[in-house]
Ligand binder design. Structure first.
Ligand SMILES: Nc1ncnc2c1ncn2[C@@H]1O[C@H](COP(=O)(O)OP(=O)(O)OP(=O)(O)O)[C@@H](O)[C@H]1O
Ligand SMILES: Cc1cn([C@H]2C[C@H](O)[C@@H](COP(=O)(O)O)O2)c(=O)[nH]c1=O
Length: 782
């Protein structure tokens, strides 16, 4: 590309302008990221579905559990459709090539099990007990009635909570030589739904001995960004589209299939989410003779599961995006403790996993298609109650509660606690709740008469309620960390006295368990993050220890009356995200370091977003972009005010909300750039500052210090309006005058990794401070 330059006066004398300006750098790096964002939002959901199956996989012990567990079954139709609409670019490699159904092992170890017409290629997995084995199955319609028995299809139509698809079904074809399979029950799973569309997920490859691969998010995301030709650190000669502030969200690390891509295979493969079971029956010990004699097979059509109910408390001013993320967090947290499948026949819970289907009344003779009811239930004894706490206004971290299902009353001791769904959350919307949103899913049908509480059950229920583990709040975890720091692990009674003296419901055993085993079950999502971060810090040489002197202050008293609305502490501390700004001359390495910092903080579990100014996506931003790339000329005052307006348009609705809901913002350039660059042109510095007054003050400004000459040696220098060494020297001078105590000067001439480490340290300190409730303040306001 020919690049000739001319000299123009743009308020800054002797300023050289490229007449044939290249596209703004932002334009070259953001579009792809932007695209990734929306996709990634949905990927989370798919991750979640994977998580559901993952947990089922490891928590259940019966063959039906196993059958269900390797499915990504749980999705409501509407949700499913949304994913499918938006995930086209993420079609797995498995779908490319001649055979669109051919599975392949994903980088994360997940595998498509779609393999040709009939049989799956997923690993079979055996599990303890040895009597059953399941295979995650293939997609096929070629399931023939068994030669040794008739198959019956039963529709299970429970109160729909989470649908498998509009008419998913389980088929149980008989297998020819049952006797030869002796004690095994083999189960193949696969799915389709009625709208001729594949349900859009791929089974993971599962083996008994290898734990499910957890999708990695942060690193991969960053790698992707950095590798992108649109990314600033890469080529500066890419597209010309404007780019925007970017919010990078979770990225799936295993393949997802899109419905559309399966349309053409509907001849041989129905798209319904489909469960196929091949049950090899034999002389299994303990089974009734009548059953063994029977060759009857049962086909089950499982249309839906009930799932536990979740409640989310979220300010009405929050964005839909944050609601979605909150739901994701809530559900992920809920599921993190594993679930099992519950079965009700004619409204009665079947507790005995060893009963045969026949004994349970599920047989080919069973013509009551509505008699079966499957549910997902917490595998733990008690329901998971997920709340964040310590912030009365509900404006911070997600407050979510998982009420139990309404069909737990006949639970056995493995079942969920006896806890009516409306006793949590529903009737306990706090005054300060901005919105209590029951997350989908349970249809709160009135309890069938057969499930009326008996007296003993009532007592059991009360006992269960007493035993409920309340989630640890952020303040509690902090207090615990500090106490353990001081007293060490082992003196649990002392730890209890030290930090939880007044919290009767916290036993020293609870504390020990939390520390030793990281009991996610009793922690809220945010507390877990804090917990892991804190303990990582304890183990780290560059300790981020909490000051011991604040130990007493952090002691927690619980307000028992407030239990259902989230645990409250005495402290008025309102944790929030940190506002971390990176500043510096052009090409000083800000964008590179912002991306690294994002990856680092997210890796530690902090909700973090990466923003930048100018945000070239807004209409104001587009004017700025045009100016910077010399496509338009503007008066210096005008462009200055446009830069400022570009920040103001993000200030309240987005920036403040984000911070208050616990998201840390890493911001690539802020008001200081505005003042430094405009003032370097000769504008009065106070005049330049004036429109910035009232914006949020950063918690930390990291100034990447590099000489203009060195920066000029870096790739892509000179492309935009201000990238001239002489001008940058003036900018550097103004930056000097702007520094205050919130600034940290980082030598940006060092190797990237060195710079990265220093930034991490400072940023993490700030994040910690803000988690502890450092108040927000305003820029240049006295
Ligand atoms: N510490 C470093 N050492 C050497 N090269 C670096 C370092 N940090 C960044 N770079 C390289 O310098 C170039 C500019 O980096 P980057 O885009 O991150 O700077 P920037 O400050 O965001 O630039 P601008 O403000 O002009 O947008 C990139 O090619 C990047 O790979
Ligand atoms: C925020 C802001 C920026 N500028 C200048 C500084 C840079 O030269 C460009 C932005 O380039 P980037 O590659 O997108 O970082 O704009 C400014 O003059 N005033 C501001 O407020």
């Amino acid at each position: 590309m020919v690049s000739h330059k001319c000299v123009e006066e743009v308020g800054y004398k002797s300023y050289l302008l490229p007449a044939n300006a290249r596209a703004p750098r932002s334009a070259r790096k953001r579009r792809s990221i932007e695209k990734t964002i929306s996709e990634d939002d949905n990927m989370c959901a798919i991750d979640l579905l994977a998580t559901v199956a993952g947990h089922l996989s490891f928590e259940s012990g019966s063959s039906i559990d196993k059958l269900i567990e390797d499915h990504r079954v749980v999705t409501q139709k509407s949700v499913k459709e949304e994913f499918l609409e938006e995930e086209k670019p993420l079609m797995p490699e498995a779908l490319s090539g001649e055979n669109p159904y051919q599975g392949s092992l994903s980088p994360s170890g997940f595998s498509s099990v779609i393999n040709g017409k009939v049989e799956n290629e997923a690993d079979g997995f055996s599990y303890s007990g040895g009597s059953d084995a399941c295979q995650v199955g293939s997609f096929s319609q070629d399931i023939k009635p068994g030669i040794d028995g008739d198959a019956v299809v039963l529709d299970a139509r429970p109160n729909v909570v989470v649908s498998l698809g509009s008419s998913s079904r389980t088929e149980v074809p008989s297998i020819g030589n049952c006797a030869s399979h002796g004690i095994r029950d083999d189960v193949n799973l696969f799915s389709r739904d009625d709208d001729e569309n594949f349900s859009g997920y791929i089974h993971p490859r599962v083996t008994k001995n290898s734990p499910r691969t957890v999708p990695r998010i942060g690193d991969r995301r960053i790698r992707k960004i950095l590798a992108s030709r649109h990314w600033k650190g890469g080529s500066r000669h890419a597209d010309t589209k404007p780019w925007r502030n970017y919010y990078l969200h979770h990225q799936r690390s295993y393949p997802i299939k899109k419905r559309k891509n399966f349309d053409h295979i509907s001849d041989s493969i129905t798209d319904d989410y489909r469960l196929r079971t091949k049950m090899h029956r034999g002389s299994r010990k303990g089974q009734g003779a009548s059953f063994v004699a029977s060759n009857s097979h049962v086909k089950l059509r499982i249309k839906s599961f009930r799932v536990p109910e979740l409640f989310i408390e979220i300010p009405e001013t929050a964005t839909v995006g944050s609601l979605k993320r909150m739901v994701m967090e809530a559900v992920s947290t809920l599921l993190s403790d594993g679930h099992r499948v519950g079965l009700m026949v004619h409204g009665k819970k079947v507790r005995d996993d060893n009963k045969t289907l026949h004994q349970t009344g599920i047989s080919q003779d069973n013509t009551h298609l509505d008699s079966l009811d499957f549910s997902l239930e917490p595998s733990s004894e008690l329901p998971q109650l997920l709340t964040s706490s310590g912030h009365a206004s509900g404006e911070l971290l997600p407050v979510c509660q998982a009420a139990n299902m309404d069909n737990v009353l006949e639970s056995d001791h493995h079942d969920s606690a006896l806890f009516p769904s409306d006793s949590l959350g529903k009737n306990n919307v706090t005054e300060d709740s901005k919105a209590m949103i029951p997350v989908a899913l349970t249809e709160l049908a009135s309890r069938p008469p057969c499930l009326k509480l008996k007296r003993s059950e009532q007592q059991q229920q009360q006992a269960a309620q007493r035993r409920i583990r309340r989630p640890f709040s952020v303040a509690e975890v902090e207090a615990l960390v500090q106490a353990v720091e001081k007293l060490g692990t082992g003196r649990w009674r002392d730890v209890k006295l030290c930090a939880f003296e007044d919290a009767d419901h916290r036993t020293y055993v609870d504390l020990k368990v939390l520390v030793n085993k990281g009991m996610k079950r009793i922690c809220s999502f945010s507390s877990v993050q804090l917990f892991s971060r804190s303990f990582r810090a304890l183990a780290s040489p560059r300790s981020l220890n909490y000051p011991v002197q604040s130990l007493k202050r952090s002691s927690v008293r619980m307000e028992s009356s407030n239990f259902s609305s989230g645990v409250r502490t005495e402290s008025s501390v309102k944790p929030r995200g940190a506002l971390i700004v990176l500043e510096g001359l052009d090409r000083s390495g800000k964008s590179t370091q912002c991306a690294k910092l994002l990856s680092f903080l997210e890796g530690l579990g902090h909700p973090t977003e990466l923003w930048r100014f100018p945000d070239r996506e807004t209409s104001v931003g587009q004017m700025i972009s045009s100016y910077l790339s010399n496509k338009s000329q503007l008066d210096d005052h005008t462009i200055h005010l446009l830069f400022s307006a570009n920040r103001w348009e993000k200030r309240l609705s987005l920036m403040e909300e984000k911070l208050k809901t616990g998201t840390t913002l890493i911001v690539d350039r802020y008001s200081y750039s505005g003042v430094a660059f405009s003032s370097a042109k000769g504008l009065d510095i106070d005049w330049c500052k004036a429109p910035e007054i009232g914006l949020l003050a950063p918690d930390s400004v990291l100034y990447l210090d590099i000489s203009p000459e060195r920066a000029a040696e870096r790739g892509g220098y000179g492309d935009e309006r201000y990238e001239r060494v002489e001008f940058q020297k003036k900018v550097a001078d103004i930056y000097q005058t702007l520094r205050d105590s919130s600034w940290k000067i980082i030598n940006a001439g060092e190797a990237m990794e060195e710079v990265e480490k220093k930034i991490q340290e400072v940023a993490l300190d700030k994040v910690k401070e803000c988690t502890k409730g450092k108040p927000l303040s305003l820029l240049w306001s006295s």
